[in-house]
Design a binder for this molecule. Structure first.
Ligand code: FMN
Length: 402
């Protein structure tokens, strides 16, 4: 099983990550990871920090001559803001010594952030530590750690991609509106073709017309000093039948995927396949009819399905169809327009102050979701076919295919 831990404050010197449980002899380089770190900065509507950061991973251990060793892999990503900002972060975030005499404590919690609950929980009189660790800056290291899982999946023909389907008021209502296009991309080049096509769009959408409308919507929202959330879909292709299980609650693949999406900052709901809409439809319009193997198109199982409303999972088990999981992101909680709050030092009512922030981060969140989904699928894959090295796992897969 692959596990990872991240450490680091958003305005501290660097982010640190340790990934454990990666089999030996997986080909892996810093470039494999940096590609996805760069994709995390994609998307119209990003704030000033996107101009400061140039995320590159530094690998310290676990890899030799571009192959994993089976030992823990450790990473570092420097925070560009630490030195490039004018805010004096080396003093404000100093690891040692007393606080500077002129330190300005943050005492005005922002609604929608971890600020108030966090300072109460840890008994801080300064919100800075809460802001700095609860920030989605952490997702840079998550993407790095989970990109290792993505490489493992790629070695066995399993690919992960995503595309955005809604930003605020603008977007699609039902998967029927994009499913054919996604299936065409899958036939062309698996889920990687889906993410590459989406990366061409300023909002990571598969339609030019929808992209333009979304860009206008983001601009109008910025003028209104507000922020936006949205919905994206993660697609996984080449998934063998039988990952996950129905025999115990904590082995269900669907449950693990929903948890993975909602573990990302600001992701407040997730659905497997057409989960939400399926609740409104009769069963005859939901359950995917089973077809003979010859009619297989995007399925890796012995049978095909006329539709994929189940998102490739039935009974908590992968059924060979592409896995689709959608994430729902709330609007960014830092608004240009002030919100009501209370200064915790004086107990006086005060409007929040705007700090550098995105108007929307749905395109970025979709790339983070790809990474977290990759980790869940990789672990389910290792549970079924696991081994200490890639050649050993390959023997297990081939034995199963035979
Ligand atoms: C990729 C990404 C980028 C984000 N960028 C911002 C941002 O610029 N400003 C902001 O206020 N929140 C941003 N957020 C959301 C906050 O991190 C999140 O809402 C906050 O930490 C509170 O956590 P919660 O929403 O899970 O309760 C971002 C989230 C993600 C996933």
């Amino acid at each position: 099983m692959i596990r990872y831990l991240t450490a680091g404050e958003s305005h501290g010197e660097a982010l640190i990550g340790v990934v454990e449980g990666v089999p030996a002899k997986l080909s892996l380089s810093a470039d494999d990871i940096n590609e996805h770190l760069a994709r995390r900065w994609l998307g119209y509507g990003r704030g000033g920090r996107s101009k400061i950061e140039n995320d590159k991973v530094h690998i310290y251990s676990g890899i030799r001559f571009s192959e994993t060793l089976g030992s823990p892999i450790s990473f570092r990503i420097d925070n560009g803001a630490y030195k490039k900002d004018r805010a004096g972060w080396p003093e404000v975030m100093a690891v040692e010594g007393p606080p500077p005499e002129d330190l300005e404590r943050v005492t005005l919690p922002r609604p929608g952030h971890a600020d108030l609950a966090g300072m109460q929980k840890y008994e801080f009189d300064d919100i800075r530590p809460v802001i700095d660790r609860s920030s989605a800056r952490e997702t840079a290291m998550r993407v790095a750690c989970c990109s290792v899982a993505r490489r493992l999946l790629n070695a066995f023909g399993i690919e992960v991609g995503s595309h955005v389907v809604r930003i605020g008021d603008v977007g699609y209502d039902a998967s029927e509106e994009w499913r054919e296009e996604v299936n065409a991309l899958i036939r062309e080049g698996g889920a990687s073709a889906v993410y590459r096509a989406a990366d061409e769009s300023a909002t990571r959408m598969l339609s030019e017309e929808m992209t333009e409308r979304c860009v206008e919507h983001i601009e109008a929202t910025k003028k209104a000093r507000d922020s936006l959330g949205g919905i994206y879909e993660v697609v996984v292709t080449g998934v063998p039948v039988g990952l996950g299980s129905y025999v115990q609650w904590d082995r269900r693949l669907d449950g693990k995927l929903v948890q993975a999406i909602c573990s990302i900052q600001a992701q407040k709901a997730a659905e497997i396949g057409d989960g939400v809409r399926n609740a409104y439809r009769p069963g005859s319009k939901v359950h995917d009819p089973i077809l003979p193997g010859e009619e297989r198109s995007v399925s890796r199982g012995g049978y095909a399905r006329r539709s994929n409303h189940a998102g490739g999972i039935e009974g908590g088990v992968s059924n060979g169809m592409p896995i689709t999981v959608r994430g729902y992101m709330k609007p960014i909680p830092t608004l240009i327009k002030p919100l009501d709050s209370v200064d915790t030092a004086t107990q006086e009512a005060q409007p929040t102050r705007y700090e550098r922030s995105d108007i929307t981060s749905v395109p970025a969140a979709s790339t983070v979701a790809e990474a977290t989904v990759a980790l869940v699928i990789a672990n389910a894959f290792l549970e079924k076919y696991g081994g200490d090295s890639i050649p050993e796992i390959r023997r297990h897969v081939e034995a199963d295919d035979a």
